[in-house]
Write a protein that binds this ligand. Sequence first.
Ligand code: ATP
Length: 434
Amino acid sequence: MKDKTEIMSNNMMDKIISLCKRRGFVFPGSEIYGGLANSWDYGPLGVELKNNIKQLWWKRFVHQRDDMVGIDAALIMNPKVWEASGHLKEFSDPLVECKKCHKRFRIDQVESKKCPECRGELSEAKQFNLMLKTFLGPVENEDSIVYFRPETAQAMFVDFKNVLETSRKKLPFGIAQIGKAFRNEITPGNFIFRTREFEQMEIEYFIKEENWEEVFEHWKKEMQSWMKNILGLQEKNISELSVPNKELAHYSKKTIDFEYNFPFGKNELYGLAYRTDFDLKNHYKEEPYLDIEKNEKLYPHVIEPTFGVDRSVLAVLCDAYIEEAERVVLKLKPVLAPYKVAVFPLLKNKPELVEKAKEIYNNLKKEFTVAFDDRGNIGKRYYSQDEIGTPYCVTVDFNTLEKDEVTVRDRDTMKQEKVKVSQLIDYIKEKIYV
Ligand code: ATP
């Protein structure tokens, strides 16, 4: 039997999924054809939220640092990459199959030796490789098998030499990438938490071996600060787990998982790993990095901070979702909100108000993402914007025509303030970019 907190949490997840669908954040993928298991599409508001997260990440970790550069590599790489990286051999999860209903499960997701669905007997565990296979070119045979990348990381290693030669970076420095990754997960689920196609924001930070502990600490702090100060996640919902040695990935000597307290339980949001020189050594067998100043050949070691984009979106949504007596509010940090501001003419049937509101709307659009709404009463329009996290609503009324003043209503405090139209852009900018 499920306990009360579990029922409440599932209920909370259902509410978030329903809001996402109803308001255009996330839709079930291929829905008109009956969907495709665990595939999701970002709708008009979801793509804004997701892009905001990606852009803030790029700004903070690439543009604002001197020691980082970016790349955007192909999703399908030469299969030799996956041989050298160890993925073809090692990137697998233990799988068990129910002898009765033939459903398959990841072993850490079954609590007893019985099938979680039909209580049938389970098979012995066997390793199941998570690489998603396809064929490249017109002939489907052994030679045309390729894999969709299961992580973005390997491109940073494979392109390491080209980046080094073209960017003139010296150790320590990092390469960042945002992009899709694919894993043939045995048990996807929990909305966008675990899917077979997802997006990552990853950094491979190249260092000398002796500095690994110090750099690991640096990135740990950077990740903590990103979650708290940029995404605005509540500290009580974040925890850290040092991954025990026997559970470490094949390339890692030390890993920390940053966990988020999702409605379905505490689960990995991000990871931070010390990958040693495993990757560069495997890819550049004869060609170590040359430290020109010391004329010393070496294989750089790597610290890898990795951030799931979809899990970021989910954590942000769960953290921001609040039910109050009369309304549902997404208390998103303004920088993350899909719309920064909404503009309403007080009355739809007064052309002079609508015209003035459109003029203000068009002006604000030069600076922000802006919604326009003239339906129903103002109260309903406020609640509609609250539910999608718009931090400011601007109402254009007769005062606007007479005194060039609008009413600005704050999502969180619900307080209203009069602001001169000429000062509106600065007023909103100041509040949003804090
Ligand atoms: P898990 O233990 O949950 O399977 P992992 O430890 O295999 O995750 P990593 O290989 O460290 O995950 O991947 C880096 C990041 O990519 C994760 O922290 C997570 O944010 C994201 N991620 C990994 N797998 C998925 C997935 N199937 N769906 C969505 N995001 C994922």
